[in-house]
Design a protein around this ligand. Sequence first.
Ligand code: RIB
Length: 315
Amino acid sequence: MSEVVVVGSFNVDHVWRVASLPQAGATLGGDYASGPGGKGFNQAMAARRAGADTRFVCALGDDAGAQLARTLCAADGIALAAQPSELPTGTAGIYVDAAGRNCIVVGAGANAALDAGFAAARVADGGHPAVVLAQLESPVEAIAMAMQAGRDAGATVILNPAPANAAVPGATLELAHILTPNETEFAALLGRHVGERIEPEALSQLDQQRLHAHCRALGHDSTVIVTLGGSGCFVSHPEGQLRGDTVACYRVPIEPTQVVDTTGAGDAFNGALAASLALLPARAFAEHVRFAVRYASRSTELAGAALSMPRMAAG
Ligand code: RIB
């Protein structure tokens, strides 16, 4: 019972490194590379490379991208449950600037065809998963069914509500034991579900109690971790459900690194968190978060998304 099941997207990332991110109407020169990505696959890779037995549930086309997914899962020992689709495998166009910041356009392709019944049925295929981890680059019905299947199997369910522009019903948020938005996603969710307007950039400056109150307004019964880029992250537990911690809210700073590319850093955090929870269930929650922050920081030292996930075991 230490398996992590990740339900989500696989994309072939097409990446251009540019001096600065393009403005409307601009034509820029940049160095090109392509590689595996997709929030789901990046998170599965992180969970696996952090030491957890990992299953990845997704939808793939019948093309070179799908073959890449199969080859990489086999190479890293990820159990792949792929629904075949007539649509092309997902793609993403990514610009990365000199400071390692990015901007991304996703062509969902086969990811948009992930079937709810398929996803839910595959969640417990390997027995009783310890953790089910999902994001929002796949149809929300499939994500909700997979999360429910995770709950039914007794797993800890994590929803990384990314990207920020993906709409998610309140009932789906409530299926998560742990929510892990970044500041942009958190501000978007607060606007949509709580009716509170707040600038994403302002979040890291808020005092602890105000940020905790925002998290409680959104998360009700779930632990909320807001990832704050260079400012680390903020953890907020519901009263009486501290997951082994001694306080209901706290900040975790990042470790300084030589940042090359932040693409997939949030995915690294989520995959590592899932692996740590699955492998070391007796640990205090703050220890899992500290490991995930360390893991995500290390992932920014290499270019690329899935292939920048470090081999660094939880524990
Ligand atoms: O989170 C990073 C990922 O977002 C990229 O790998 C890209 O595929 C998009 O899904």
